[in-house]
Write a protein that binds this ligand. Structure first.
Ligand SMILES: Nc1ncnc2c1ncn2[C@@H]1O[C@H](COP(=O)(O)OP(=O)(O)O)[C@@H](O)[C@H]1O
Ligand SMILES: [Mg+2]
Length: 252
């Protein structure tokens, strides 16, 4: 069974950025093979990794509702399409969920998808899910448990309380969450002592332990603007060092 790592947090807090940095870390430490799943309707993890998306699971589910070629079953069709949608790279593959369900019933399509995902998951040691705040794709992927939920927050007391609330949205999903950690992202560099005290004070009053703090980084902004992959960030960049230190404590 692969180990499942999922992101949670409000839009714009840094889930996709931290997903890309985590893939960088895992490749560096040979924690592979990884299935990276972009589960945001406005997929953009591929952009940070400089990969092109041709087919999303949303499109496949829509196709499955209509006519499919006569000589294959719906399961075979689903499996074939999912393999087409997998974007392969060294050490990891990327799968993009795409748009959520439109009107009409997707129950059958979702059942086929769940079966295909089960089979696919066996090929990987890790599954990394870059989620949107609503986490509606999590149940669709047929994941029974999440080993590590990384909740990302902006550096404010209110942001941290929001992160805690979002992490609780997983409760009705009937998915067991084994560990939860908070990462506070985009803190001013250097970090004012008052802000650090506030972060500690807020996390102590929640059941969300603080895994670490990632500073605001001009390097990341430049990398995003240039369109160069986050996998090529230099190892000695401050943001990489900081990210590696956080991940080394939580991903084994
Ligand atoms: N540590 C950071 N330093 C500088 N910019 C950051 C940092 N983390 C995220 N950003 C920027 O903030 C924006 C939102 O981040 P993103 O990862 O897309 O958030 P989310 O996936 O949670 O919506 C992006 O433009 C990203 O480059
Ligand atoms: Mg995102």
């Amino acid at each position: 069974m692969p180990k499942v790592i999922a992101m949670a947090g409000k839009g714009g807090t840094g889930k996709t950025t931290i997903s890309a940095l985590l893939i960088n870390y895992m490749l560096h430490n040979k924690l592979t093979p990884i299935l990276a799943v972009d589960a945001d309707a406005n997929a953009n993890l591929n952009e940070l990794l400089n990969m092109d998306v041709e087919l999303t699971l949303g499109e496949i589910r829509r196709d499955l509702k209509g006519d499919i070629p006569a000589h294959i079953t719906r399961d075979q069709f689903m499996e074939m399409k999912v393999h087409q949608a997998l974007i392969e790279a060294t050490g990891f593959d990327l799968l993009v969920m795409g748009q959520p369900d439109g009107p009409g019933c997707y129950c059958a399509a979702n059942q086929h998808l769940a079966m295909t995902m089960d089979k696919l998951a066996d090929n990987y040691k890790y599954i990394l899910v870059d989620n949107e705040a609503g986490m509606e794709h999590l149940s669709r992927m047929n994941l029974r448990s999440i080993d590590v939920l990384l909740v990302i927050s902006d550096p404010s007391a209110r942001g941290i309380l929001t992160a805690k609330r979002i992490s609780e949205l997983t409760k009705p999903l009937a998915i067991e969450i084994k560990e939860k950690h908070l990462i506070v992202n985009r803190t001013p560099d250097p970090l004012p002592a008052e802000l650090y005290a506030k972060i500690e004070e807020t996390t102590e009053s929640t059941d969300l332990p603080l895994a670490g703090i990632l500073s605001s980084s001009d390097k990341l902004i430049q990398q995003e603007l240039s369109g160069e992959s986050y996998l090529n960030l230099p190892e000695d960049a401050a943001v990489i060092q900081q990210a590696y230190e956080i991940f080394s404590k939580i991903i084994k």
